[in-house]
Design a protein around this ligand. Structure first.
Ligand SMILES: *Cc1c(COP(=O)(O)O)cnc(C)c1O
Length: 404
């Protein structure tokens, strides 16, 4: 690199689909990041629920560099050891019998939706194609997944949307009773809505969806792209909700920052994805699989998962203390280390205003929609970083309240 890249290069050279912050992070360690100017930040954003073990965790660095010196890519004309080991690991730790590997959450959902359609097509016929989804849901940015997602703004302006997709209201079982019948092939739902506002699903609602799917021989798909891999305090959220899906999708924390995704399913459904029906060049590549295997084996232990529950309590305690002083939130909600602070009526729609103030105070956080401040930190964030991050957050909140 002859010249150090600057933020201005983004506007000059990159498609304007993002509007990144001015600071450019150049180095990360644990739950701290440093930008080009050497300023330090505490990371409550976790790369949008991706950096499950923070930045450059030694276990992941070791898995990646060891594999990088051995084998990078062989295509799916061959299989490879890390992919096989990862698939076996996921099967042994979940409801699933079979795994499809890919490189992102949208790609995992695309595979899940295609599998559901194909399974219904092969077992019942072409009429069984309807997909039931929910308003405010988010399933990725491919054209199929934005169409299934419940935020129309992401699909608008891109031409005719694929048919056979309907939306019910999240946590309202009555809203879907009339949408599900024998022509339904799948119901796709996040066990806790992430982008939609960090909204936990009611266990009775999810159990009701399971029962409706069973009554109409439809598949229940859990999108655990954001909630998976320890984020909620169990390897997958379904494991503490008492509802088992037919298909589950995983990405984000699965690779801890390396792009990898997975679709998990059962022996009843998997045969519909017969040889040649679907594929992905990078799916199951040795680098991603090696990192994901290390991440799952490290995270799916009582120490790390109990630590997530403990940290949840700490986050809640700190946020409630901030709120007692400043009265900006109406509710603190979420599971594990996916936490939402809902803005009080007096600050309705202003969650995003906290983010630049927080950055000035040395803290990275997120929003989930206009009204929810979202946090998705490393699952192993040190308690001292939580305390310091919350002190910075409080300064940002005080500035919002004080109008500066
Ligand atoms: C982020 C997310 C996706 C999309 O994942 P990508 O890796 O960006 O394609 C899908 N579903 C949920 C619930 C997500 O949070």
């Amino acid at each position: 690199m002859s010249q150090t890249p600057t933020r201005a290069d983004f506007d000059r050279y990159m498609v304007p689909n993002y509007a990144p912050q001015q600071a450019i992070p150049v180095r990360g360690e644990g739950s701290r990041l440093w930008d080009q100017a050497g300023r330090e930040y505490i990371d409550f954003a976790g790369g949008i629920a991706v950096n499950g073990l923070g930045h450059c965790h030694p276990v992941l660095v070791e898995a990646l560099t060891e594999q990088a010196g051995r084998l990078w890519h062989v295509s799916n004309v061959f299989t490879n050891e890390p992919a096989l080991a990862l698939a076996r690991c996921l099967v042994e730790r979940t409801f699933a019998d079979k795994v499809f590997l890919c490189s992102s959450g949208a790609e995992a959902n695309e595979a899940a939706l295609k599998l559901a359609r194909r399974w219904a097509h092969d077992s019942a016929g072409e009429h069984k194609s309807r997909i039931v989804s929910f308003t405010q849901s988010f399933h990725g940015r491919t054209f199929f997944t934005v169409s299934v997602g419940g935020q129309p703004k992401y699909a608008q302006g891109f031409g005719p949307v694929p048919g056979g997709i309907v939306h019910g209201e999240y946590n309202n079982l009555d809203s879907v009773r009339n949408l599900i019948d024998d022509d339904t092939c799948a119901v796709v739902v996040e066990p806790m809505q992430g982008e939609g506002g960090v909204l936990p699903g009611d266990p009775e609602f999810l159990a009701g969806l399971r029962a409706l799917c069973d009554a109409h021989d439809a598949l229940l798909i859990f999108d655990e792209v954001q909630t998976g891999v320890g984020r909620t305090g169990t390897l997958y959220a379904y494991q503490q909700l008492g509802v088992v899906p037919d298909i589950l999708t995983s990405a984000k924390s699965l690779g801890g920052g390396f792009p990898v995704g997975a679709m998990l399913t059962t022996d009843r459904v998997a045969p519909a994805m017969a040889t040649g029906t679907h594929g992905s060049t990078y799916g199951g590549n040795p680098l991603g699989a090696a990192v994901a295997l290390a991440a799952v084996e490290f995270i799916d232990t009582p120490e790390v998962l109990d630590g997530v529950k403990h940290r949840h309590a700490l986050f809640r305690k700190h946020l409630e203390a901030i709120n007692e002083k400043h009265g900006v939130f109406s509710e603190i909600r979420g599971m594990g280390l996916l936490i939402g602070a809902v803005m009080a009526p007096a600050y309705a729609g202003r969650a995003a205003e906290i983010l630049p103030l927080a950055i000035e105070e040395g803290l990275m956080a997120l929003v989930a929609g206009p009204n929810v401040l979202r946090m998705a930190p490393s699952l192993v964030i040190p308690e001292a970083d939580i305390a310091e991050g919350m002190a910075r957050l409080e300064r940002a909140v005080a500035r919002l309240v004080g109008g500066q």
